[in-house]
Design a protein around this ligand. Structure first.
Ligand code: MRU
Length: 431
């Protein structure tokens, strides 16, 4: 039941004290003092714990990390985890120019839709920082944003973040103000992204509670088997992840989960990154070859699928890492619920038909013909295919909305269709 009594106290009077007065008039003198004492202790504890993200954020060897941050004491440098070295080495890379950021995105030192959005925003900031005072700002904005947008075409978060920086920065004339606006926006959208992933985790947790296998109290609870594709974990975001956020939330809540991790050829984001993350967080998981999912589903070994998204249309079609579509088909054939976890920054509100309208990135064929791994402490790349066989490398595919059971967003879970998205995000559907 909600308490709806209106606050009619004096201006300046604390509403909680007003409530106490109304509810317990006879304890009038005592309760405000108790409230102040409790508030004091809560503040003291919060101070001891440090900033909020340190409490919740994902950890590597017990130390909290994000995937991108401003270098402490050096506001001209952005630092990232260079994901090309994971899972065998943890390498932090400094980025100081627009070109550094553009190459890091293109060559996938960092990757994943939400993370490339944040990186692009910080890339705009670094570009402004290095621009001379007398820059022609309109020209500068169009060339820098074009450079960043060209790095990876499928994930819409990249263009979304660049536009957000432009909208806030271009209202100013002086470099100092433009720079401050760009940094403010990059920081704000990064924090928002973290919060959205946290909320996706909470909504997904409720879903997992309803899907978990029910067992008589006397027996050891069976884990919920979740299959995921690619890396839609915290390494693809800033913190928590999208597809992994409900998994971490369930694990933290004591619900037994086990994750089938698709290796995700050709770049093996599942085998290298998702497996690493889950291992660091202590979540039971098994890496499988990409073509295993259908077999597992036929044998009742998958309770649900959760993937991320690089771009979702306003009608609920989902572009995600190549191979996602095949998992959705297998899930439908075997009546396994197929969920997509995504922040609204991954929704392209301007398009309706994912197959026809979402640009699919094609990457270097060498990612298919070769494979890289650690050999006796050295990274080695070896040739897999006959040396003259041509190869094709489509990085994403589109899963039509009809195969998606639901979308897990920061505002809740909805069906993958226009009406349901409009109910959650009405402001995006206003004419
Ligand atoms: O090519 P990548 O590694 O950037 O592709 C990433 C994915 O496909 C993820 O599933 C997607 O970005 C969702 S991230 C939370």
């Amino acid at each position: 039941m909600y308490f709806t009594r209106k606050f009619t106290g004096q201006v300046g009077e604390n509403p909680s004290e007003f409530l106490v007065k109304e509810l317990f008039p006879q304890r009038l003198a005592l309760f405000p003092a108790i409230f102040r004492m409790l508030r004091f202790f809560a503040q003291l504890c919060a101070k001891r714990r440090g900033p909020r993200w340190h409490i919740h954020s994902m950890k590597i060897n017990g130390k909290p990390y994000r995937t991108i941050w401003l270098k402490p004491g050096d506001p001209a440098t952005i630092q990232i985890i260079d994901q090309r070295h994971l899972p065998h080495e943890l390498v932090i890379e400094d980025l100081t120019t627009l070109q550094d950021v553009a190459s890091a995105i293109e060559e996938m030192h960092l990757r994943g839709a939400p993370l490339i959005g944040s990186a692009a925003a910080y890339g705009m900031y670094l570009a402004i920082l290095r621009a001379p005072e007398n820059t022609n700002w309109p020209d500068f904005f169009s060339t820098t944003s074009a450079t960043l947008k060209a790095t990876r075409p499928t994930a819409v978060n990249l263009a979304w973040a660049v536009i957000r920086v432009l909208e806030t920065a271009r209202i100013f004339d002086k470099k100092e103000e433009i720079l401050a606006a760009a940094l403010r926006t990059a920081n704000a959208l990064t924090e928002e992204s973290v919060e959205h992933c946290r909320l996706i985790g909470q909504h997904g947790l409720e879903l997992i509670r309803t899907l978990r296998p029910q067992k008589p109290k006397s027996q050891i609870p069976k884990p919920l088997n979740i299959l995921t594709h690619c890396n839609a974990g915290w390494l693809a975001c800033i913190d928590y992840g999208t597809a992994t956020a409900p998994i971490y939330a369930a694990h933290n809540a004591g619900i037994p989960v086990h994750v089938w991790v698709d290796e995700t050829r050709p770049r093996n984001q599942g085998a290298r990154l998702t497996a690493y993350e889950l291992g660091q967080h202590g979540v039971p998981h098994t890496v499988i070859a990409d073509n295993t999912g259908g077999h597992l589903m036929q044998h009742g070994m998958v309770d649900m699928v959760i993937t991320g998204s690089d771009r979702t249309t306003r009608t609920g079609d989902v572009a995600n890492k190549i191979g996602t579509y095949l998992k959705a088909l297998a899930a439908r054939d075997n009546s396994v619920p197929f969920y997509v976890a995504l922040p609204s920054s991954s929704i392209d509100w301007n398009i309706r038909d994912g197959v026809a309208e979402i640009p699919i990135e094609e990457r270097d064929a060498q990612e298919v013909t070769h494979i890289t791994g650690m050999d006796g402490g050295e990274w080695r790349e070896v040739l897999l295919t006959p040396k003259d066989s041509p190869a094709a490398n489509y990085a994403f595919d589109v899963t039509p909305a009809r195969l998606v059971t639901g979308l897990i967003t920061e505002r809740g879970i909805c069906a993958a269709n226009e009406q349901a998205l409009a109910a959650l995000f009405p402001e995006k559907f206003k004419a």
